[in-house]
Design a protein around this ligand. Sequence first.
Ligand SMILES: CSCCC(=O)C(=O)COP(=O)(O)O
Ligand SMILES: [Mg+2]
Length: 224
Amino acid sequence: MIKAIITDIEGTTSSIDFVHDTLFPYAKQHMRRFLREQAGDDAVQHALDDVEAVVGQDLSIDEAADILEQWIDEDRKVTPLKTLQGMIWKIGYANGELQGHVYDDTPVALRRWHAAGYRLYVYSSGSVEAQKLIFGHTAHGDLTPLFSGYFDTRIGPKRETASYQAILREIGQPADAVLFLSDVGAELDAAHGAGLRTIQLLRDDKAVPSDAHAQAQDFNEILP
Ligand SMILES: CSCCC(=O)C(=O)COP(=O)(O)O
Ligand SMILES: [Mg+2]
């Protein structure tokens, strides 16, 4: 019996276009100035140290900005990039330039599942802070009270089975009591490898169907 649901964000609760056409350009547009102004902040400096560790050399602020802008263009799921993006988006949500996109069926289903007693979790490449921001600033209100926990790349890459095994340990559920929702077949394959149940969201023509998993067009079709 399903007791917990873990959901991906991009392509699952929220549109790929919002992430790629709004969030990523916003982070790229503000990255260099943010680093110049905030490099004295401990958390920013820690993220910059992690960028240097990834590339294996010391970097000036402008060299780091060049690399981070390139990683945004390449949609790299690198933890320090994701940390810095979350910090920049926080400013955009606070000043009203950003609103978190969720499909209309997302808040309806999340509230239905929550009321039915399912424990709800997020697992996204976006940082935990960025996850709380997108769900905290939607046109449907603050959805964060519905979630019991959040996981990002700090627990491991989304395409590796070990990441899902680590999440299971954190949430204290047996694998077959947990349903993972994502649009990406490789993520669902990794979750299935850890014993989780899986459903692939096929919300638009960007999703590549994977016949190895149950499929749904939207959340209305899942645990109705
Ligand atoms: C927290 S919204 C931004 C999501 C993000 O940065 C990203 O790379 C999308 O990753 P996902 O794992 O949700 O596909
Ligand atoms: Mg996705």
